[in-house]
Every structure is written in C-alpha cells, then in structure tokens.
Ligand binder design. Structure first.
Ligand code: GSH
Length: 226
C-alpha cells in the first residue's frame, strides 16, 4: 500500500498513525511540499485519484481512495484487529462523531487562525480561539473517567490529537482549565505510532526554522519508559 501525504499534513498524519497502530504494511510517500508555497505543483497521482486535489491518498493494488476518514474505514475492514472503533453501535457512532467533529467542527477554527498569526488580537482570531477552547472543554468532559475519548484507544483519539496539535501550533492553546485533555495528550504522545509520526512533523518544523510548542518539543526526546 502506498500512502501519499505531506510533511505538514495533519490529515495524512492521521492515516499514517492509524496504519502504524494497525501494523499495516504502508509505504508513506511525501508529495512535494514547500513551506511557503504549499503543495503546488500537485503530485500527478493525487490529481488523478482525488478531485479535491488533496492528500492523503491511499493506493492498494487497484484501489485508489482519498480522505483520512475513508482511509480509516478501509483499514478497519482490512485488518479488524486491533479494533480502532468501539464494537457497540452506539459507542461506535459516538466515536465517529468525535472524529468528525475534530476534522469538520474544530479544525476549521484552526484553519481560520492560520491566516492570523501576526494579528492575534484580530476579532476573528479571538473568536476562533474561543471556539477552539469550547471544543477543548467538550473533550475534557468526555475524558471524565476515561483513558481515551471513546473508552479504548480509537480513531477518534488520532483525529483529535492531530487537530489539537495544529490548534496549539496556531495559538489555540490547551490550557490549565482542561487538565484531563492535557494528560490525555501526554498519553497519546507516548504511543510509539503517534510519537513516530508527530515527532517527524516536529523535526520537520524545526528543520525549516519554525518554532514548535513545548509539548511538540517533547516529541523530539526519547519516549519515557512506561
Ligand atoms: N477531509 C480531508 C482533508 C484533506 C486536506 O485538507 N488535505 C490538505 C493537507 S492536510 C491538502 O492536501 N491541502 C492542499 C490543498 O487543499 O490544496 C481528509 O480528511 O483527508
């Protein structure tokens, strides 16, 4: 299997983490990416497979799909063990909703912040950080009495981890009012698959002279012994 991603693709990182967690034989191919100009010119395989012209794209012997959540679903059917969705229909639906919210409700606020790094007091930036903080509090509530967002570790954790990683980078800081969320993030960072992928992203950012938040800097250190 070949996974097309980018060195700063939060959605590609989701798929890569899932493949590692599942133990799937996925080769990751980083498409051309320039920190200043982005993904242009687009890779021809990405253009062929994805009408939205985005990574991640997955190719597996004739199957060509795109979108991180679609890739999760394929992985789950391809290799059900370890399960990364809960078994019961309601728990599974809730986990899927959390994952969906990370991508489609929370992340747009982070995207809004991306254009406003130089003007953090802009009302649009203030509103985006406030909306992100409300999501952080929602996640804090989910973690009451739970180690992971849907009980056992799941795709929901992967989605929220990557989305909030980018949130933190862009100023939507996970504050001291959400201690369970912070502790969960630390647990996530200790998972080998997460550490490998998010750590590579941290190293890439450092290599191009970008600053990284303290919790990402920790990803560059050897994992704590468990
Ligand atoms: N919903 C998609 C989002 C994919 C996406 O936004 N990919 C970004 C990189 S993280 C991209 O390729 N951006 C380049 C562009 O839109 O031109 C998913 O879950 O995979």
């Amino acid at each position: 299997m070949r996974l097309y991603s980018g060195p700063l693709s939060m959605f590609g990182a989701k798929a890569e983490i899932a493949a590692l967690e599942k133990g799937l034989p996925v080769r990751v191919f980083m498409v051309p990416y320039d920190p200043n100009t982005g993904y242009e010119p687009k890779h021809p395989d990405v253009l062929r497979v994805n009408p939205k012209r985005q990574v991640p794209v997955l190719i597996d012997e004739g199957l060509e799909i795109f979108d991180s959540t679609q890739i999760f679903e394929y992985f789950e059917h391809l290799k059900p063990d370890p399960a990364l969705w809960p078994a019961s229909p309601k728990a599974r639906a809730e986990a899927r909703l959390i994952e969906h919210k990370a991508d489609e409700v929370y992340f747009p606020h982070v995207v809004r912040l991306m254009g406003l790094e130089e003007t953090p007091d802009d009302p649009a930036a203030v509103a985006a950080r406030a909306a992100a903080a409300r999501f952080h509090l929602e996640v804090e509530g989910l973690l009451a009495g739970r180690e992971y967002l849907a009980g056992a570790f799941s795709y929901a954790d992967i989605g929220v981890y990557m989305a909030t990683l980018f949130g933190e980078r862009k100023g939507a800081v996970v504050g001291s009012d959400t201690p369970r969320l912070r502790a969960w993030r630390d647990r996530m960072s200790e998972r080998p698959a997460v550490r490998q992928v998010a750590g590579a992203m941290a190293a890439y950012l450092v290599s191009i002279g970008r600053s990284i938040p303290p919790f990402m800097a920790e990803l560059l250190q050897p994992a704590l012994a468990s």
